[in-house]
Design a binder for this molecule. Structure first.
Ligand code: TPP
Length: 319
């Protein structure tokens, strides 16, 4: 059994060119770029709650870091550094090698240095802290949506929740679709480039990443911006062939684990957003609009303009 220090040295020590001092001392030493603010976020992944205990360790390593980077993406921050605090039931060399491979695959894809952390024995629990930077005063925030803004969402919300339901035997999926949904669940791609471009081109007024569910996370924008919204369900990506359509819609609206970005933008920016979608090769769906109303209400409309019941609170750890 390796000691804690051997474990860190063997599996979690890689060069950290973006740090003055990386792992090995009591603290890492970091210098943000001149004129930048730091964006900092932390997210914990607990076995049985955020992932199934038999999840492939390489995919788990990727996802544990990716869901944290998604928070940086939502604010338009450039990821730079990460710390990992984890408790592990045992120091299994094979598991650790695969897990750290997944972590560093994600870290190098998004340009992040792992600069420190902590390891202890205990139930499997992984908690990254990520640090990014952005020009002072320019963060994309939840509280800046304006009446009249369009609402947009990136990518393919709903696939990850379908994948989880499939793994848990709650729904059947056609073979090709199952593969896509499991990839969305197990290896999400945080929309870092999208967040950076929305921020630097000043295209979005407000943004959030979708972790708990599309409607639930949109609700945070409404709450913080003190506005209401109308959502046109028919303008969301069409339900994938090979799944129960009603269940797929439910997953899309309230499933969570998507790590897509929802944002609001002035209608005058539609053309630039279409160009950005083509540039990033990432679909952007205009699925509603922000309306002025003190009640912060979310109205769901079907293809015929009929109001639908809002059924789906999103994921809640304490529900
Ligand atoms: N159960 C298992 C075994 N795996 C899952 N992926 C889920 C449930 C679904 N799930 C777990 S956490 C979560 C979802 C949809 C929401 C996101 O997690 P949270 O800790 O709320 O992230 P945050 O909103 O803090 O970024």
């Amino acid at each position: 059994m390796p000691s804690e220090f051997e474990l860190i040295r063997t599996y979690f020590s890689r060069p950290t060119p973006q740090a003055v001092l990386g792992p090995g001392d009591d603290c890492a030493l970091l210098v943000p770029s001149a004129g930048c603010e730091l964006a900092i976020s932390t997210d914990m992944l607990v076995a049985g709650r955020h992932f199934l205990p038999d999840t492939d360790p390489r995919q788990l390593g990727w996802k544990a870091l990716a869901v944290n980077l998604s928070d940086l993406a939502a604010m338009g921050a450039k990821p730079r550094w990460a710390l990992l605090a984890g408790s592990l039931p045992e120091a299994c060399a094979e598991w650790l090698a695969s897990f750290s491979e997944g972590v560093f695959a994600c870290a190098s894809r998004y340009g992040v240095d792992l600069v420190g952390g902590d390891t202890t024995r205990g139930p499997l629990n992984l908690c990254f802290t990520v640090l990014g930077e952005l020009p002072a005063g320019e963060a994309l925030r939840r509280d800046r949506a304006l009446p009249g803004d369009d609402l947009w969402v990136s990518g393919w919300p709903g696939l990850a929740a379908l994948g989880l339901a499939h793994l848990q035997g709650r729904t059947e999926l056609a073979e090709g679709l199952a593969k896509r949904c499991l990839a969305a669940l197990q290896q999400p791609w945080p929309r870092v480039e999208l967040g950076l471009e929305l921020r630097s081109r000043r295209l979005a007024n407000a943004a959030i990443d979708v972790s708990d569910g599309l409607l639930a996370d949109l609700g945070h924008i409404l709450e913080r911006s003190a506005v209401a919204a109308e959502v046109q369900v028919g303008q969301l990506p069409s339900r994938p062939a090979g799944a129960d359509p009603a269940f797929a819609r439910q997953c899309q609206l309230a499933g969570g684990d998507d790590y897509e970005l929802v944002f609001s933008a002035a209608p005058a920016r539609r053309r630039e957003l279409a160009a950005l979608a083509a540039e990033l090769d990432l679909p952007l769906w205009r699925f509603g609009r922000i309306v002025a109303a003190a009640d912060r209400r979310l109205t769901l409309l079907d293809e015929d303009g009929q109001e639908l019941a809002v059924d789906g609170q999103g994921f809640d750890h304490f529900a």
